[in-house]
Design a protein around this ligand. Structure first.
Ligand SMILES: [Fe+2]
Ligand SMILES: [Fe+2]
Length: 275
């Protein structure tokens, strides 16, 4: 690993056993997260302690004009390091599987692992699908990804799946001991150690908390983790049945069915278009 403190990276991931258990893609994902996680060395910053600490909101804010991209941009549109790769052409009538394989590589491993984890806990098929798609929109847009994701999938999945995808992003900030969900350490590095969830999201949480589908959205957050499992090489083939039964694939292909969100799929298919 170039320019990476191995020990700090391993600690970040939960030790060398956890690292050894990761698949190659999960390791690459984790490394990408680590490199962009902005951990600040306490030695450098006069913190007096040893090892890295999460940055403050002010420190993250100060980084904005040090980058050539904004952190809210979709993964398809900006490379955090180096250049963006050429994309393979899409088939004429693209399916969800085509998008996952040809455009959504940036999040597909994470989503597959979430779906696998949900299935291993006997979640119902609709919820397995919710986990499978919950972060795919990050390839198009990161800011407000719960709402963007719900919108993108709404015509093709049940209302409950849409609800779960829409609100998982906000529920990620709110622990639920009973459900076994704790505030993610990663968020301290991503949002700042002193980050406060804004009022509109506090309000969203209050509404969702008393909704009859709260547990569906919560289930996505509970399975929204790196699965440190030695057999975690998850194949999309394992989920073709769930997709077939619970994703309404339009016969014209995603992007060409005249739906109100078709342009989002066309954007993902063709992110190199200048207009
Ligand atoms: Fe998410
Ligand atoms: Fe996620």
């Amino acid at each position: 690993m170039m320019n990476v403190d191995r020990r700090a990276f391993f600690t970040y991931l939960g030790g060398s056993a956890a690292v050894a258990a990761l698949s190659a893609e999960a390791k690459a994902d984790a490394l990408e997260n680590y490199l962009t996680s902005n951990l600040v060395s306490t030695a450098d910053s006069g913190g007096g302690g040893s090892g890295p600490r999460p940055p403050t909101v002010a420190e993250l804010d100060a980084q904005i004009d040090t980058r050539g991209y904004r952190r809210g941009a979709g993964k398809l549109f900006a490379a955090e390091k180096g250049n963006v790769p050429h994309l393979q052409p899409m088939p004429e009538k693209p399916t969800l599987v085509d998008f996952i394989q040809l455009r959504f590589q940036g999040t597909s491993e994470h989503c597959l692992q979430s779906a696998r984890l949900a299935r291993s806990k006997n979640a119902d098929e609709e919820m397995v699908l919710a986990c499978l798609i919950h972060d795919l929109v990050l390839n198009v847009m990161r800011a407000e990804h719960g709402f963007w994701g719900a919108q993108m999938f709404e015509p093709y999945v049940s209302e409950k799946v849409t609800f779960a995808v829409r609100h998982h992003a906000t529920l990620r900030f709110f622990p639920d001991q009973e459900a076994g969900y704790v505030y993610p350490e990663l968020y301290r590095t991503m949002f700042g150690s002193d980050y406060v969830v804004p009022p509109h999201q506090q309000e969203e949480y209050k509404q969702v908390r008393k909704h009859r589908w709260y547990s569906a959205a919560r289930l996505v957050t509970v399975n929204d983790l790196y699965a440190f499992d030695p057999n975690a090489k998850v194949s999309l083939d394992d989920f073709r049945d769930v997709i077939g039964r619970h994703f309404k694939q339009p016969k014209e292909g995603l992007g060409f069915d005249g739906s109100p969100v078709a342009h989002i799929w066309r954007t993902a298919a063709n992110p190199d278009s200048p207009l």
